[in-house]
Design a binder for this molecule. Sequence first.
Ligand SMILES: N[C@H](CCC[C@H](N)C(=O)O)C(=O)O
Length: 291
Amino acid sequence: MSALANHSFAKMNGIGNEIVVIDMRDTAAKITPADARAVAAAEGGIAYDQLMVLTRPRLPGTEAFVSIYNNDGSEAGACGNGMRCVARQTFAGNDKTGLTFETRAGLINCWRGTDGETFTVDMGVPKFGWQDIPLAEEFRDTRGIELQIGPIDAPILHTPSVASMGNPHAIFWVDDIHAYDLERFGPLLENHPIFPERANITLAHIVDREHIVMRTWERGAGLTKACGTAACATAVSAARLRRTERKVHMTLPGGELVIDWRESDDHVLMTGGATFEYEGTLDPALFEAVA
Ligand SMILES: N[C@H](CCC[C@H](N)C(=O)O)C(=O)O
């Protein structure tokens, strides 16, 4: 039987990004990709974009090791909106001002805003090298790579910026983020051979030097109301193109984020809300078919 049967969970969202948080620090058991998929089961499951699983800390000074699953069972290296939800839950149980978590992509520091409602997550240093994203072939300048869809002489979307925030992102710059069928192009681009580990696909419109509007097709999860790492990847890519300042407001379908690409150490700080919706216990029936 899965360690998740009868385990408690919290349903949350990070500006509309559907998040389930499961704190498994009370057990040494681990979960599998099949367990993660089972939690999202259409019947009796909880529809989520990302599942954040807290297990016992491996390093001193950290609160937990956090594993991040997409609803297709694949693991993500990072999830910005999910980390704000994890921070909210963990801050609720103590009076610390800052928390450190370990993820596959490294250590992540979080702070609670003075209003108690906004959370800042240090998303680390973005990577731009083609092997870091990764891309299947060498591109020296990742501010705009040769990639397009649609007719060769009249491409519909082309020349995305690419970046890694611990997970792969491609950002297409457009005038109107709603003018494209992202549900159709998203999966094609997510699975394009140029991205050996697939990629999160964003359409972004630069409104002015301090404001970007965007929406994202997420690797392993599909269209979401918000993708925090995509907001970070978009902000740093726009700044690299010298089209925005290093601190920008981002408007996502589910809400607003502030992204600050800190000059002193190149870390990306993401600030936004995290909402608790309800908590419950996972129905053991969800895991019956799981080996
Ligand atoms: N929603 C997330 C990202 C999920 C990442 C994922 N879709 C992947 O890279 O596989 C966020 O707020 O950053």
